[in-house]
Design a protein around this ligand. Structure first.
Ligand code: ADP
Length: 366
């Protein structure tokens, strides 16, 4: 173990996620157990620029494992993206003799982490985001809790849909990723899901709702990922209007599937982290400290097939961009042939899993 680490910093940045506190606790306890002091940096990278931080003791992080949000607070700090801001941040770290940083957040947070690493500050990222949109890891901290929160809310909507024989189109968070939407759609018995990863047949969805109503189905839930633009509200109106016209044409009020729209938004970002998120946060937090102390930097901690592994931040960014089709010029040239082949295989597998999961949903709503 390298001995140069006497003090590390830990921060939470970008969109908050349940389990971030559990990760901060794990980082703190693991570091202290290895004889390394910890500074908790407030408000993400802003706390580095403004010198807003406190020493974290073992007791300071006690009673935090079950707490939602982030007690270190989070911020979106644009100043850190500029060289001057970053130099201010680095000067603060030097003043406090902080030898390395653990940054908990999403892809923006990792871009900041890689910039710090490039300027000589060893930095390790931990994926903390409800969206599960970091391709290199199977799970991000907060994803499981957010899905449970979505499920609980949709169950409530479904109760009232059943009472009133209505449909509810529910928009859920996820940024560009349909992970939350597709999984909660299955868990809630939704009639359909609209996600960026699978082509949606709107007419087929409405036809299915009409057919099921003829068969006597009262409640309908359609889950829409926020990543699908101009969909949820419009789709709700369309289901409502088409079925209303049909009911008038057939002179059959039962064929009107009155449809409401609901955006769950930030409701699902708070709350007590689930068991699996607390365990994931604990494993990732401890591993992040071990990686730093072993002299590693510019990595994120990932979970792959149940194992905690590491991935280079640059590799992770290329993988995300390749997946979204937003690769920048010259990016692939910095990767080896093996890496590119591996990335293509990961993306193919992810696409296959999405198609299979959507098929699973269709199989039980037919
Ligand atoms: P997330 O980490 O959830 O993706 P953001 O995209 O808002 O959230 O990023 C969090 C923070 O990370 C930003 O507010 C900024 O301080 C920092 N950051 C984002 N992008 C960059 C970048 N290109 N260079 C340096 N820092 C960045």
């Amino acid at each position: 173990m390298a001995t140069k680490f006497r003090k590390i910093g830990v921060l939470t940045s970008g969109g908050d996620a349940p389990g971030m506190n559990a990760a901060v606790r794990a980082v703190t306890r693991a570091a202290l157990a290895r004889g390394v002091e910890v500074m908790g940096i407030y408000g993400g990278y802003r706390g580095m620029i403004d010198d807003d931080m406190i020493p974290l003791t073992a007791r300071e992080v006690s009673n935090k494992i079950s707490l939602g949000g982030t007690f270190l607070y989070s911020d979106r700090c644009l100043e850190f993206k500029e060289e001057a801001g970053m130099q201010k941040a680095i000067a603060t770290l030097k003043r406090h003799e902080i030898d390395g940083v653990v940054a908990i957040g999403g892809d923006g947070t990792f871009r900041g982490a890689t910039d710090l690493a490039a300027r000589g500050i060893p930095t390790i990222g931990i994926p903390g985001t409800i969206d599960n949109d970091i391709t290199a890891t199977d799970n991000t901290i907060g994803f499981n809790t957010a899905m449970t929160a979505v499920m609980e809310n949709i169950d409530r909507l479904r109760d009232t849909c059943e009472s009133h024989a209505r449909c509810n189109v529910v928009e859920v968070m996820g940024r560009g990723a349909g992970d939350i939407a597709i999984n909660t759609a299955i868990a809630c018995g939704a009639v359909d899901a609209v996600i960026p990863e699978v082509k949606f047949d709107e007419d087929a969805c409405i036809e299915k709702i009409i057919r099921l109503r003829r068969e006597g189905k009262r409640n309908f839930i359609v889950v829409v990922s926020e990543g699908v633009e101009d969909c949820s509200e419009r789709l709700a109106k369309k289901i409502n209007n088409i079925t209303k016209e049909l009911s008038e044409k057939e002179n059959n009020p039962a064929m009107w599937v009155e449809t409401k729209f609901c955006r769950l938004a930030h409701v699902v970002r708070g709350g007590t982290p689930s068991l699996s998120d607390r365990i994931l946060a604990t494993k990732m937090g401890v591993r992040a400290v071990d990686e730093l102390l072993a002299g590693n930097s510019d990595l994120i901690i990932c979970e792959k097939a149940g194992e905690i592994v590491t991935t280079g931040i640059f590799y992770s960014q290329v993988l995300d961009r390749m997946y979204k089709g937003t690769l920048k010029e010259g990016m692939l040239e910095k990767c080896t042939e093996e890496q590119i082949a591996e990335m293509k295989a990961i993306i193919e597998e992810k696409k296959r899993v999405f198609a299979e999961t959507y098929k699973l949903l269709c199989d039980v709503t037919a």
